[in-house]
Design a protein around this ligand. Structure first.
Ligand code: ADP
Length: 312
């Protein structure tokens, strides 16, 4: 049984002598919520175009649900729903017709498409708007319609390019809830986003691309902790003269001995032993914080100028 929903191997794309993708490889496991991140011009759209069959490539292979996007392109395309960043709809059709037409592109007959369209309108809270022209919809409703359109042929994999670009905070949260629900129901989702917070909240696996190369590919938690260890930040009632021996190595003492920071593998686990050591030194604790690094810190480190990939 194929474990990957999307499998990219050695993908190369050249544009007039410029190599936009330098032989990238990654797997998106079935059922995962994969965040594909990278700065402008890194190669995200080029990758997505190869996965969704919108553009060709020069070397490597791409499979969607086990189907080769070139040799088995019909099955590969049926397996994938793609929500583009730009909201493009036929101006003469109403909302329901937009979805029915989209189903038609996949060879689904109207009578079979109708129940699916009704289900999607309900799911996205667009039930009352089925007969409206898309111009009458709010920006948020258009965004939902765009995602519904990508789902009309009941694909196993959903690819979203910047699904919440330019939307307000409230709608962003609503869209997140829809996407979480879809993922929970078993759909594999790949999204690109400029909002690192979005990837942090939604995704379980992260791929980061920089200048046409994959620079990180990990489970989210592992990725974050592989770059920065969590820290225990402890404030004291009285200045500490010196750090206890067993925490001396990874600790920093600040504010004239009133604040101590200890780098740990697992801050929750090591908290008790650190507190015991401090109390043996006669230190009285007034506050404890566990400081975890964010995905954003990792992202900046990996994609920033003069990046420090060699440390990985
Ligand atoms: P991203 O989506 O991460 O912003 P793209 O995949 O759009 O990045 O672009 C990757 C690189 O390929 C960029 O340097 C971009 O300028 C270049 N590129 C993209 N499309 C074309 C094209 N049609 N012709 C020439 N260069 C292109």
């Amino acid at each position: 049984m194929e474990k990957s929903a999307i499998s990219v191997k050695g993908l190369v794309k050249n544009y007039n002598g410029f190599t936009a993708l330098k032989g990238i490889s990654f797997e998106v496991p079935k059922g995962s919520f994969f965040g594909y991140l990278g700065p402008n011009g890194a190669g995200k759209t080029t990758t997505i175009n190869a996965i969704t069959g919108l553009a060709n490539f020069d070397a490597g292979s791409v499979h969607v649900m086990g189907f080769d996007v070139i040799d088995d392109y019909i099955d590969a395309r049926k397996s994938i729903g793609f929500s583009q960043q730009d909201l493009i709809f036929d101006p003469v059709l109403n909302v329901r017709e937009i979805l029915l037409f989209q189903a038609g592109y996949y060879g689904i007959e109207k009578k079979d498409a109708e129940p699916r369209v009704a289900e999607l309108l309900k799911f996205f809270g667009l039930k009352e708007s089925g007969e409206k022209n898309f111009r009458q919809l709010s920006g948020g409703m258009k965004r939902k319609l765009q995602i519904a359109k990508a789902l009309v042929h009941d694909p196993k994999v959903l690819v979203l390019d910047e699904p919440t670009a330019g939307v307000d905070v409230e709608l962003r949260h609503t869209l997140w809830n829809y996407l979480r629900k879809l993922n929970k129901e078993g759909m594999t989702i790949l999204l690109t986003t400029h909002y690192i917070e979005e990837a942090e909240k939604l995704c379980d696996t992260i791929g980061i691309i920089s200048r046409g190369e994959i620079v990180a590919l990990e489970g989210k938690e592992k990725l974050v902790s592989s770059i920065h260890k969590p820290k225990l930040r402890i404030t004291l009632k009285e200045p500490l003269k010196k750090a206890p021996k067993n925490i001396e190595k990874n600790s920093i003492i600040e504010r004239e001995g009133m604040l101590i920071e200890v780098e740990c593998e697992n801050a929750e686990k090591e908290l008790a032993s650190v507190l015991t050591s401090l109390s043996e030194e006669g230190a009285q604790v007034s506050g404890i914080n566990i400081v975890k690094q964010k995905l954003e810190d990792v992202y900046l480190k990996l994609t920033g100028e003069g990046n420090e990939l060699d440390r990985l």
